[in-house]
Design a protein around this ligand. Sequence first.
Ligand code: ADP
Ligand code: MG
Length: 622
Amino acid sequence: MTDTNQTTYGFQAEVKQLLKLMIHSLYSNKEIFLRELISNASDALDKLRFESIETPSLLGDDTELRITLDFDADAGTLTISDNGIGMSRDDAAANLGTIARSGTAEFLGKLGDDERENARLIGQFGVGFYASFIVADEVCVESRRADLKADEGVVWTSRGDGEYTLESAELDFRGTRITLTLKAEEREFADRFRIQNLVRRYSDHIAFPVQMPASGEDAEGFETINSATALWTRSRSEVSDDEYREFYQHISHDFEAPAAWSHNKVEGKREYTSLLYVPKRAPFDLWNREAPRGLKLYVQRVFIMDDAEQFLPLYLRFIRGVVDAADLPLNVSRELLQSTPGVEAMRSALTKRALTMLKRLSTDDETLFGEIWDTFGEVLKEGLAEDTANRDQLMELLRFNTTASTDASQRESLAQYVERRKEGQEAIYFLTADSLAAAKASPHLEVFRKRGIEVLLLTDRLDEWAISYLTEYDGKPLQDIRRDGLELPGGEPEPAKAEDVADDGVIERLKGSLGDSVADVRASDRLVDSPACLVAARDDIGDQMRRMLEAAGQEVPESKPTLEINLAHGLVRQMSGTKDDARFTDLANVVVGQAQIAEGRLPSDPAVYVNTLNRLLSGAVD
Ligand code: ADP
Ligand code: MG
């Protein structure tokens, strides 16, 4: 071996897995490799410009930051170069041999056999540099960090088959040059026209010049093939929808177009420009509280940091975008941002902008907003607790299934609910359950169905918690129909005829046989078809909350429901005629167990419930 510093390494297991999946599933989107490489080059230029504020010598005499594309049709190669920050040997090993994002392994584990679904998921994950291997047999990265000497360069090469080699080398340029040796069937990319088209389509908005060697017989030098101005600095009327979409794909690495965007310049005391987007799909780590989130921060067009989280609240973590502030200090750090004057005011203005953008989407395109709600609704609901200042705006965005929904995708706003309410209806009624089917089967709905009153059906995991922050909407109180104190419009129900109801002595007997397993027993006016239901006290902790707290290992105070019985129900009438006390107690326990089952829960002691029921059934058969 002549060269002792050339070493072969294995890719991290996740990289191997990603490469294999990506090459197959992204085949129909293969041209995205160029967008990814140009995007990385642009990031590298951003970083160098940022570091050179503190250390101007990093730029040397190579001050014109740019990206250069070149190709050799005969050799079937394509080269992407930048004079940005570059990589040291260690950087190359860490950045081009591993995936640092937490949750990657679980993410990859989720991918299955469906290639289209994989493509969609991988697209959200962001494939980045590794996308080169969709079109290349071999990738060679030559790089030198801006603060290192000529002989401290590194050459990274790989065929994407599980290994890469690293070699230290002398490089006469700063930054990174990536050479792709295209697969035989991908040589179309070694073509001027094809490259130019792709750059115009996907990378026009890159804020640095993207150049190619000039074309034509005796052309010299380079020509710039993109607009090379930061998109957000242009005025709204000059930017086309397509350009907005491509810029979104650049900052988010999403395959899909965004659902909406909002581009604003704020002038006056605090000057800044923001460009916010609502994605259509959730990132795979939406529920990982540690996942990076936030806007890309620029100060006077100089890139400062990715994922600046101080500019939006946690419940808007799915919003992507850029904020370019005119008067933040250039050396602002993540830590400093928290205490920098003005950042708080920007955060509250950007929060309002994001909410306004969502509201506008909901009025412009109800169907699309419905999809956004399906994807991010649960996250937005966190805002009800977190952001009291914007609760009213958030309430306008809420969507719920109701007793009128024929399927789960059919949702209504509070405004629509209020609009449709029954005459004399003062409250907004809601019911929480584990699923739409469970909600619809709840005995608590019977009287509402009978009187034609709509009820909101809340089935998300956090609904009970989120709704506890809402007391009223449009002056109308929200009322949980499973709790005490239910008031229905139209006054008292008309009493059933005496001969059709059980003797109300049955209530006292029930109290006696159920003992203190229930808080109370009383006749119900909310039941029609069911014999009984359980009603919680107003301030009881709800079922969802109880389960969540218990799952978190917390002790939850016991709360006893009240049993309401339907005196007109056949079973209850039969009970009141039962002389045998043992049989009566069995029936009472079965009625309570059924009421629990009807709420989607298990009877307090399932084995006892089954035994009791069997005892009754065998008695009935005898
Ligand atoms: P991401 O861009 O999302 O970080 P990539 O897979 O595209 O993921 O790139 C991985 C890392 O490799 C980058 O974060 C960066 O550190 C490094 N890298 C890639 N291309 C370049 C480049 N042209 N110059 C400097 N570093 C680069
Ligand atoms: Mg990248």
